[in-house]
Design a protein around this ligand. Structure first.
Ligand SMILES: [Cu+2]
Length: 206
């Protein structure tokens, strides 16, 4: 796990430098880093070897902060990113902030035990389409008048594969308000109305 995280950190540093200087240098490119991650053996760590098309993790969300919000979230590796599909019920209509938080602990009534956003690179909060953002920044889920909503998003950013491979044991949080995608550190999205532990799918090698 330690060498895995070192690889990830080196990858982020490389990407940051490449972004700033618009030139590569001697460090591996993002696709090479992603390939290395896929080939990293699961040596007793939680990190799965991710295959394209594999639904590798899931979360079941339960109500928090006195709401009736609930739902499911699945994570599937695709060739160009990570596909996240969420389905919620019992939520007020409108947009609601939707994030991966750093701790897989939904025990508190307000889900404060889930900690802040999953952000291993120490980046600022932003939209899921931004090149620099939290790994856990998934934007908003739109809820219809009947209280249900679906989010389908592919996070296209291969340099994040290493972090995504390590999301088991983190949590998914739905917020009472919309994420404005810019306020720090978490988009001013208000209370946590649903929370679920992210667990590796039974079929995922681990
Ligand atoms: Cu959040």
């Amino acid at each position: 796990m330690k060498s895995f995280m070192t690889l990830f950190c080196a990858g982020v540093l490389t990407s940051t430098l490449s972004f700033a200087q618009a030139s590569g240098g001697s460090a591996p490119s993002a696709p090479e880093a992603a390939k290395a991650v896929q080939n990293t053996p699961a040596t007793g760590a939680k990190t799965p070897i991710l295959k394209n098309g594999a639904k590798f993790a899931e979360a079941k969300l339960s109500p928090k902060s006195g709401t009736k919000a609930a739902g499911t979230v699945s994570f599937t590796k695709e060739s160009d990113g990570i596909r996240v599909v969420a389905s919620l019920t019992g939520v007020e209509p409108g947009k609601h902030g939707f994030h991966i938080h750093e701790k897989g602990d939904c025990s508190a009534e307000d889900a404060s035990t889930a900690g802040g956003h999953f952000n291993p690179a120490g980046s600022p909060h932003a939209a899921p389409s931004a090149s620099v953002r939290h790994v856990g920044d998934l934007g908003n889920i739109e809820i219809k008048k009947d209280g249900t909503g679906t989010l389908k998003i592919t996070v296209k950013n291969p340099k994040d594969f290493s972090a995504w491979a390590d999301i088991s044991g983190k949590s998914v949080i739905v917020h009472e308000k919309a994420d404005d995608l810019k306020s720090q550190p978490s988009g001013d999205a208000g209370k946590r109305i649903a929370c679920g532990l992210i667990e590796l799918s039974p079929s995922t090698p681990h």
